[in-house]
Design a protein around this ligand. Structure first.
Ligand SMILES: *Cc1c(COP(=O)(O)O)cnc(C)c1O
Length: 405
């Protein structure tokens, strides 16, 4: 593949330099393939970071959204929005929980969860409620959600952080028991069912079951951030369903609208009545376009068997990665569930992002040394094999030459 010709927008003076971007501008996509403005083709192993559930330009989603845009994009929550009621009913049905609040992004869903936890505490007479959060967690980049995040790089430069968090390591139930026992102000336990940005670390099923018991015993809210691992990514609608438990509060976003911004907080009966009119809101949240995107995404996922696809193609992808990388020095672990996979290397490997793109594959590197694959849930076994055929030689070459720049 030829290297990219410099393009005027690559040094744009008007967009804030918030991201370290590759010198590639994407123009359009179809299914699990995208093309850049120079006409080069890429296989999409990233799905816009676990967002493009249905890939690109899905033939069932596009006409539905076109129809919706022609009908109504936005009104306001001054009025009933029938599509909100439809999406809430479907999320309730799929989760077994009872009510949903809609917003537009993951951090906004997590902000709502944190507000729910605090009000839950205040309603019980706890004036300084505290929430148990986790090492390596990622919950977003607002001041409250970056404070809940367990990554010093995300927090650096933005202090003072929001108080009221107690941090514990993942999968250590005794650490949570100790934090709760000594502290009557604890009102909630807040974690990602599978940590995404932190490097694809899953909460063990028995650990989640233990947390559920502990939260019941101490009247705490169990809040599971499924912004990345939810919406079918692991082969169940929600990753915690593998453990056979239910949270009280579940923030969702990323994959819910297949690329249209949709966030939601789905609550069970212990949390659903906490907010009263005037306690919380969002101007864009629940607008007709975003709700239609959510309704259609869930409908198409069901019609096309995409949960089963995520499970079977994810298993095939993982097996093929294991086959190619077995015994390769420097590959520490391949882990994850369904189409949320991480390959941990023994050294920082951010350089692979650009090298993979040059070779025609989009992916991400998270927690410095974990190659992350979160492709669209429509990925086929053939496409999974193509990902492996591009990625594994790059990883082997990277590890054998030891270059990190
Ligand atoms: C991406 C992510 C968020 C933040 O979502 P935004 O839409 O970027 O605000 C929160 N939690 C988890 C688990 C995420 O993966």
């Amino acid at each position: 593949m030829t290297s990219a010709a410099p393009h005027a927008t690559f040094d744009d003076p008007h967009v804030m330099k918030t991201y370290g971007r590759l010198p590639i501008a994407l123009s359009h996509g179809r299914g699990c393939r995208v093309w850049d403005t120079e006409g080069r083709e890429y296989l999409d192993g990233l799905g816009g970071i676990a967002v493009n559930t249905l890939g690109h330009a899905h033939p069932k989603l596009v006409p539905a959204l076109q129809e919706q845009i022609g009908r109504m994009i936005h009104c306001s929550n001054y009025y009933h929005v029938p599509l909100q009621e439809q999406l809430a009913a479907r999320l309730v049905e799929l989760s077994g929980l009872s009510n949903a609040f809609f917003c537009s992004t993951g951090l906004e869903a997590n902000e709502a969860a944190l507000k729910l936890a605090r009000k839950f505490g205040h309603d019980k007479g706890i004036e300084r409620p505290e929430v148990i959060v986790y090492e390596k967690a990622f919950h977003g980049r607002s001041i409250a959600t970056l404070s809940a995040t367990g990554n010093p790089k995300v927090q650096a430069g933005f202090g003072p952080l929001v108080e009221g968090f107690v941090r514990v390591p993942l999968n250590d139930l005794e650490a949570v028991e100790a934090a709760v026992r000594g502290n009557p102000n604890v009102v909630a336990v807040f974690l990602e069912t599978i940590q995404g940005e932190g490097g694809i670390h899953a909460a063990r099923w028995d650990y989640l079951q233990g947390l559920r018991r502990l939260c019941d015993e101490h009247d705490l809210l169990l809040m599971l951030d499924e912004v990345q691992c939810g919406i079918g990514r692991t082969g169940k609608w929600f990753a915690h369903q593998w453990a056979g438990i239910q949270p009280d509060v579940m923030p969702l976003a990323k994959g819910l609208g297949s690329g249209v911004p949709v966030g939601a907080v789905v609550c069970g009966p212990r949390a659903a009545g906490i907010f009263q009119p005037g306690n919380h809101g969002s101007t864009f949240g629940g607008n007709p376009l975003s709700m239609r995107a959510g309704v259609e995404t869930l409908r198409i996922m069901t019609e096309d068997g995409l949960l089963e696809n995520a499970a079977t193609v994810g298993a095939a992808l993982r097996a093929a990665l294991a086959r190619e990388l077995e015994g390769v020095a420097g590959v520490l672990e391949i882990r994850g569930a369904g189409l949320m996979l991480g390959i941990e290397l023994d050294r920082p490997c951010g350089v692979l992002l650009g090298r993979a793109a040059e070779a025609g594959l989009l992916l991400s590197v998270t927690a410095d040394s974990v190659v992350r694959l979160v492709p669209p849930l429509i990925l086929t076994v053939e496409e999974a094999e193509q990902i492996v055929a591009i990625l594994c030689p790059l990883i082997k070459d990277f590890l054998s030459t030891g270059t990190t720049s």
